[in-house]
Design a protein around this ligand. Structure first.
Ligand SMILES: [Zn+2]
Length: 140
């Protein structure tokens, strides 16, 4: 056998091996990306299912779920409080009708015209409690 033919043949084989390897590597990379995307998708579906389950059963939780429900409810309430803090710092309130941020001392929403003496608790509009000003007798 001529060495030239040998060389050509083995180079060809090596080249084919390399392109085969490269193909496998990119195939694996693509599959791993697809697997990751599908895993993300499944996680999101779990979250949707869990949220629906929570919404459905939060007022009537099974004994085995009570603790988990409590943790979620507390976290949601804390998120709400922190959002209110942000609004307070910004000196605005969120319009219960359109969600637009308007200055705290506005009586009506500048965007939709809704009356603003209402506050929202857990997504339900309730009238703002009348807070009685404590009477101070000024001591002179
Ligand atoms: Zn509005």
């Amino acid at each position: 056998m001529s060495t030239w033919e040998d060389l050509k043949g083995s180079l060809y084989a090596a080249g084919r091996d390399m392109s085969q390897k490269a193909k496998e590597v990119s195939e694996i990379a693509k599959l791993k990306m697809d697997i990751h995307a599908k895993e993300d998708f499944v996680e999101k579906q779990y979250a949707i299912l869990g949220k629906a389950y929570y919404e459905e059963n939060k007022d009537n939780a099974n004994e085995k779920d009570v603790e988990q429900f409590r943790v979620i409810t507390e976290a949601i309430e804390e998120i709400y409080r922190m959002k209110q803090q942000v609004l307070d710092i910004q000196g605005v309130i969120q319009c219960p009708n359109c969600g637009k941020k308007v200055p705290q001392d506005n009586c009506f929403c500048s965007a939709c015209g809704a009356k603003l003496d209402e506050i929202i608790v857990d997504g339900t509009v309730v009238s703002e409690e009348v807070v009685e000003e404590p009477e101070y007798t000024e001591e002179l």
